[in-house]
Structures are given as structure tokens and as C-alpha cells.
Design a protein around this ligand. Structure first.
Ligand code: FMN
Length: 324
């Protein structure tokens, strides 16, 4: 049934299909939340970030941008979900079309942080959170389109303050290629500024771009290693470089073509930060073998996005059956 639905969705324009799925998930979660008993599964034995992950596979940011479907998504078996990216104020994102399928495995998007803003986002989390026991929830936070770069830190601080009492942790998005100059915040002094406003009680991870050079990533990883308030990294976001040629007007590429670069960066960063920082490995993870290779390269947790769009929930069970 789920496979059939996933196939049928390919006949719709990609963003229409996405909105339909979010709607279906909302119906599904409200029905199941009413009638199905909540099951709390045992957390994995080696705790990560001191949080009770039931498995190490998560859904990357950008699928549930407004935190309105994570309860339904949680029932598909994910150990954790990143909701967002959320910005302080609601914003419509870039003009459509802004999401493109490439064959049957990859996507290019230039959504541009379309989201409902912090106030509604927080309400959504509070509304659905009690229905997701056993799910670790991260908020992925970003900068508003109209906020000048020099005031960006204020937007991230607003995200921390608005959500610190209702999520398990944060991912700081400084790597989306679809908000002008956002990627330039991937620098030493901005990461230190983030550490200066990060909550004391909740883990904060930094999400980086696969388009940074090895040397740039190594420098940032060294900063993160020395900052107590930064718990680790998410590697990686979509690639502007991969999309550039076919989409000169903008967009970031996701899917299997990203995998080897992300895997390489996970290995590199693990060597640089040592065992004490947490790495979430993602970017093109598409098979059980990819999942296992990410883990072997040093990722504590693994996340997917594009393969879930094309293959639906069956891929979750397939990947987590490979471990624990
Ligand atoms: C349509 C779409 C929207 C996305 N939106 C966000 C976002 O809002 N914030 C973010 O940090 N990453 C976003 N991403 C990036 C994913 O979270 C993920 O890092 C990236 O797609 C690479 O993983 P994948 O190859 O498994 O998809 C988005 C990706 C796609 C395809």
C-alpha cells in the first residue's frame, strides 16, 4: 500500500506530492493518535548525547518544515527527526517551481526556508510532542531571508530561546545554498558566536555544506572540538556545486551522488574531533550498505531524506534492521 502510494506520487509535480504527503500524515497521525496505543521502545544501549534514541536512523531537516507531521513520521520507525528549518518570522520561500526530480534517485531544491515562523512552529511542537514517546526531536534553525548577515546571530539566538524547553536538541543550519550568503556563516568567528548564545542544557550541532574544502571543514571541526557548547556536526547539507551546471539559477542537489563526499567528510571530521563530539552522517545515504559505511566512518547517527521521498517508509525498516 505504502509502495503503491509512493509510486503514484511520482505522477504529481514534486512539491504538490510533498504537500499531499504532509496532509496525509496529519490525517494519519490524528487517527492513530486517537486509537493506537503508544509504544515506547527500548533505547539503544550506547547512549548518544545522553538522549534515549530507539535507533540511530533519523529524518533530515526540510521534510517536516513546520513541525506538523513528525508524530506520523515517528510511527514509521525513525529514531529521531529534525524539524525545520524554522526562521524567526514566517516566510514564503522562493518562487515556484523550486523542487525538481532528477531521474528516480535525486532531487534539486531551492525552497528558500519556506516555513511558518517560530511562534506557530513552537505551538505545533507542543501540540504533537506528547504523542511521540521514544522519538528524539531536533529543531533545525536558520536565519530569515531579510535579516542582514551581521544580525544573523540574533535569529539563531531567537530560535534557541523559543524552543529550548520543547525539543531535545538543535541543528544550526549555516549551509543551505538557497538563502543568500548563508553559507558564508560557516566560519570560525560565527561558530564561536553560536557557542556564546547556545543553550547550556540542550545539545547543539552545526550542519555543514559538502561544498567546503577539506581544509575549511578541518578548521571548523577544530573550532567545534574546542567549544564545549557545541556537541557536534551534521554532515552534510545539499550540494550547490553538484547542481550548478544543470540549475544555474540556483538550488542544491541531494541523493546518491552526494554520498562519497559526505562519507569522506565524516571520516575526516571524526579524525579531527576525536571520540567526544557527535557526528550525524547524511547526504545521499540510500541503501543499507551506505548506512553501515556511514557508521563505520564514524557517524554516531545517520539521517536520510531523498531516499525516503522515492522509496517511502519501507527504507526505514530496511536500514535499521542492519543494526542493534
Ligand atoms: C526539498 C528539500 C528541502 C530541504 N530543506 C532543508 C532545510 O530546510 N534545512 C536543512 O538543513 N536541510 C534541508 N534539506 C537538506 C536535507 O536535510 C539533507 O541534508 C540533504 O537532502 C542531503 O541528504 P539526502 O541526500 O539524504 O537527501 C532539504 C532537502 C530537500 C531535498
Amino acid at each position: 500500500m505504502q509502495n503503491l502510494l509512493t509510486r503514484l506520487l511520482r505522477f504529481l509535480p514534486p512539491e504538490t506530492a510533498h504537500h499531499l504527503v504532509i496532509r496525509l500524515l496529519r490525517v494519519y497521525q490524528s487517527l492513530w493518535d486517537r486509537i493506537a496505543p503508544l509504544r515506547v521502545t527500548r533505547p539503544i544501549t550506547n547512549s548518544v548525547l545522553g538522549l534515549p534514541f530507539r535507533n540511530r536512523l533519523g529524518l533530515g531537516a526540510g521534510f517536516d518544515k513546520n513541525a506538523e507531521a513528525f508524530s506520523g513520521l515517528s510511527r514509521m520507525g525513525f529514531g529521531f527527526i529534525e524539524v525545520g528549518t524554522v526562521t524567526p518570522l514566517p516566510q514564503p520561500g522562493n518562487p515556484r517551481p523550486r523542487l525538481f526530480r532528477l531521474g528516480r534517485r535525486s532531487l534539486v531544491n531551492r525552497m528558500g526556508f519556506n516555513n511558518c515562523g517560530l511562534e506557530k512552529f513552537r505551538k505545533n511542537i507542543l501540540r504533537f510532542r506528547s504523542r511521540t514517546p521514544g522519538l528524539v526531536l531536533f529543531a533545525n534553525i536558520g536565519k530569515g531571508r531579510n535579516t542582514p548577515l551581521e544580525n544573523a546571530i540574533g535569529d539563531y539566538e531567537a530560535g534557541f530561546r523559543a524552543l529550548e524547553d520543547c525539543v531535545d536538541g538543535f541543528v544550526v543550519n549555516v549551509s543551505s545554498p538557497n538563502t543568500a550568503s548563508l553559507v558564508s556563516l560557516q566560519n570560525e568567528s560565527f561558530l564561536k558566536a553560536i557557542a556564546g548564545v547556545a543553550p547550556a542544557e540542550k545539545p547543539v550541532l552545526i550542519k555543514l555544506s559538502p561544498d567546503l574544502s577539506d581544509q575549511e571543514v578541518t578548521v571548523l571541526a577544530q573550532v567545534i572540538k574546542s567549544e564545549k557548547r557545541i556537541a557536534g556536526l551534521v554532515l552534510t547539507n545539499t550540494s550547490r556545486r553538484l547542481a550548478e551546471e544543470k540549475f544555474p539559477e540556483g538550488g542544491g542537489w541531494s541523493g546518491p551522488e552526494l554520498f562519497e563526499r559526505s562519507l569522506h567528510l565524516v571520516r575526516l571530521v571524526r579524525k579531527t574531533v576525536g571520540p567526544d563530539k557527535v557526528i550525524i552522517g547524511g547526504g545521499g545515504v540510500s541503501t543499507r550498505l551506505d548506512y553501515q559505511r556511514m557508521r563505520a566512518a564514524g557517524a554516531d547517527l545517520v539521517e536520510i531524506y531523498t531516499v525516503f521521498v522515492y522509496r517511502g517508509p519501507s527504507v526505514v525498516a530496511e536500514m535499521i534492521s542492519s543494526e542493534e
